[in-house]
Ligand binder design. Sequence first.
Ligand SMILES: Nc1ncnc2c1ncn2[C@@H]1O[C@H](COP(=O)(O)OP(=O)(O)OP(=O)(O)O)[C@@H](O)[C@H]1O
Length: 241
Amino acid sequence: MNAPIVQLQGVAKRFTLHHQNGIELPVLARVNLCVHPGECLVLDGPSGMGKSSLLKMIYANYLANEGSITVRSAQGALVDVTQATPRALVQLRRDTIGYVSQFLRVIPRVSALDVVAEPLIEDAAGDARAQQAAYALARSWLSRLRIPERLWPLPPATFSGGEQQRINIARNMIKPKPLLLLDEPTASLDAANTATVLDLIREALARGAALVGIFHDTQVGAAVATRRVNVADFRSVTPWA
Ligand SMILES: Nc1ncnc2c1ncn2[C@@H]1O[C@H](COP(=O)(O)OP(=O)(O)OP(=O)(O)O)[C@@H](O)[C@H]1O
């Protein structure tokens, strides 16, 4: 089997609740996981067990308290996100790790088309042909995800939850990246759009991406999982247990 795209070794996460006398909330411990190209690891487990926290640690939104999280970058370098510099993390997010959450971080006054095209426009670095190609591709993603054309020039702030979610998916999947983190990407979607997202996930797997996903809809999870892990297995012992 190919080398893993992401490897977690001995990872632990605890939260310190500063507004509650600094109480420590242990969430995850001894997380050892590898995800290889073409694999979709689905995270299972009851609410509050730490599924989202695990994804956020891989994306370096949360810092692990212990252990290492090594990501193989698009350039082939091994980067431990728990140690990486802010600059290295920005680069990793730009080229290597995509993160589709349930919520779109809305940027005021930026059109839906620009929001979706932006990752490719960044790479175009002012080249007019590359910019045109980026907008053409962004339009095709908006069509495929059934965003009505009249909405394309509008900022997504007023869009419905499902429309915003589809903009988020398009923005985070338009540039093929080796590692995709999916936190309930179909939570607000109807059946037709859910089916489209399943196709997009399968296409990402077919091109060799590694995926780690959370899907509360068990049918959706079952449709894409190549492997599942129950995050309750990594639960730390609670201080009151
Ligand atoms: N920033 C934070 N500060 C303090 N506690 C947090 C923080 N983020 C998460 N937690 C706590 O960590 C635990 C795990 O949360 P997390 O969101 O990872 O669970 P989850 O398994 O994804 O839950 P759900 O299925 O409900 O989305 C919860 O008890 C939550 O309250």
